[in-house]
Design a protein around this ligand. Structure first.
Ligand code: HEC
Length: 115
């Protein structure tokens, strides 16, 4: 009985170790996605280098990402949804242009803008 338990703990750590190895690979792959680079490539024309909207962005109705109130009430899911779907007439959707990993990498960039 005791031995069986020890054995299963042993097997569990082997499985866990392998899992960590693979997810470690996945993580390092994801971190190769440079969110800021994507932001500067696709978003700064409207949202500005520092998250303050450009004239174009302001004209279309973009807000300041640095606004603490907006940061507090906006979830990561909402940011991802906005990038995927956009807003008709205001912001184009990006789900066909960027991969899910690239879109996810933009969340910390949006979060990094502070007043
Ligand atoms: C053509 C100009 C334009 C571009 C390019 C653009 N946006 Fe926007 N974005 C807007 C406008 C305008 C709004 C306001 C839309 C609204 O209030 O529904 C907005 C809103 C947002 C919001 C806020 C949504 C909310 O709930 O308040 C986020 C987050 C966002 N954009 C992220 C991005 C990211 C990331 C990119 C680049 C991948 C990007 N945008 C590219 C114009 C743009």
């Amino acid at each position: 009985m005791r031995n069986t338990r020890l054995l299963s703990i042993g097997l569990f750590s082997v499985a866990f170790g392998t899992g960590a190895f693979f997810s470690g690979t996945a993580v390092s792959k994801a971190s190769n996605v440079d969110g800021m680079k994507i932001y500067l490539q696709h978003c700064k024309t409207c949202h500005g280098v520092d998250g303050n909207p450009t004239d174009l962005g302001t004209g279309l109705g973009a807000r300041k990402f640095a606004d603490p109130e907006w940061q507090a009430k906006t979830t990561d899911e909402r940011i991802i949804e906005q990038i995927n779907e956009g807003t008709p007439e205001m912001m184009m959707p990006f789900k066909e242009k960027l991969t899910p990993d690239e879109i996810k990498a933009l969340v910390p960039v949006i979060r990094s803008f502070k007043e």
